[in-house]
Structure formats: structure tokens, C-alpha cells
Design a protein around this ligand. Structure first.
Ligand SMILES: [Zn+2]
Length: 169
């Protein structure tokens, strides 16, 4: 069975996970999703088709060294390093639309797939709403700039994303 490592955005925005793959995520991704109020969806995914795995220290070190060489290290979060290391170690494909991650993946020989190409065609749009004053933000804003309250992520609407050229129908 082929496998793929998913980054946070694939779970955050993606509706259908590729069913022909074994999907794995890292503890860092789990944390990011919890932080964005996605705990419920996450539990469901972990119960069904997504497994949580940690990369080995050796794999993390290898990715960190490669990132230092290419200069990507400053643009990559701990979680980015972690998912790269896991894909590297498992020889799985990495599903991500993040350019810095894709760049380093190429250097260390990890195959990457964009969300559309991976078959995650339907896209959720999320927005964040302040739990204090109700102001709306883009999904990645975690704290309100008006009243300082934490935001909660909610689904805005579902849109069909453009199909990638050459992808299967
Ligand atoms: Zn507020």
C-alpha cells in the first residue's frame, strides 16, 4: 500500500482524503489542528483513516541539516520539519501546497503532491471568528486584534476547486 504524509492544510482545507493511500500525520499537525478548533474532525479522522506517527530523531536531524544547507530552515516550522522527516523516513509522498516544504522535499528526495493532484478536490473554506466581539478573520488568525480574545475556526462554505490540468476525471 502506498502512503502519504499530510500537512495541516490538507486536513484543514481538504474534504476527501485519497482512499487508496495510507494517510499519516505527525504530532505537530495534530496540535495545529487542535489549536484551530478542529479537534472533533481530527478525532474522527484518527478513528478512521489517518494514523499519527512521529519521525525518528535521525530523520529529523537529516532534514534539519538539509534545510540548513539550502537556507529553507528559516521558513520552515518545527511541524514542517517533522512532516518532511516522516515522509523521508517512511518513503511516503507528502501532500502539501507549501512552497518551502516542496522545495526542501525535492532536495532530500521526498516526492510531493499538491492537494488538487492528490485527489483532494473539494475545498473547505474556513474563517476565524473572535469569541469575544465576533469580528471575522482569515482562518489562520488565532487572536483578535480588537479585544484580544481567542478566535474559533468555522467553516465558511464549500467550493469546488479548479481541477488540475491533466488530472484524472
Ligand atoms: Zn474580539
Amino acid at each position: 500500500m502506498k502512503g502519504c504524509v499530510l500537512d495541516s492544510s490538507a486536513l484543514f482545507y481538504g474534504k476527501d482524503l485519497p482512499s487508496e493511500y495510507e494517510c499519516v500525520i505527525t504530532p505537530g499537525v495534530v496540535q495545529e489542528l487542535r489549536r484551530h478548533g478542529m479537534a472533533e474532525r481530527l478525532e474522527l479522522l484518527l478513528d478512521t483513516k489517518v494514523r499519527e506517527l512521529s519521525p525518528s530523531i535521525l530523520a529529523v536531524r537529516a532534514v534539519r541539516e538539509a534545510a540548513a544547507k539550502t537556507g529553507d530552515v528559516r521558513r520552515l516550522s518545527e511541524t514542517d520539519i517533522e512532516i518532511l522527516a516522516l515522509a523521508y523516513e517512511m518513503k511516503y509522498e507528502l501532500v502539501t501546497d507549501d512552497y518551502s516544504i516542496q522545495n526542501l522535499a525535492k532536495v532530500i528526495g521526498v516526492k510531493t503532491t499538491g492537494m488538487e493532484q492528490s485527489g483532494i478536490r473539494e475545498v473547505f473554506e474556513w474563517q476565524a471568528k473572535c469569541t469575544g466581539c465576533g469580528k471575522l478573520f482569515t482562518a489562520e488568525v488565532e487572536e483578535c486584534d480588537i479585544c484580544g480574545s481567542p478566535t474559533r475556526t468555522k467553516r465558511k462554505k464549500t467550493t469546488k476547486s479548479r481541477r488540475a490540468p491533466g488530472s484524472r476525471s
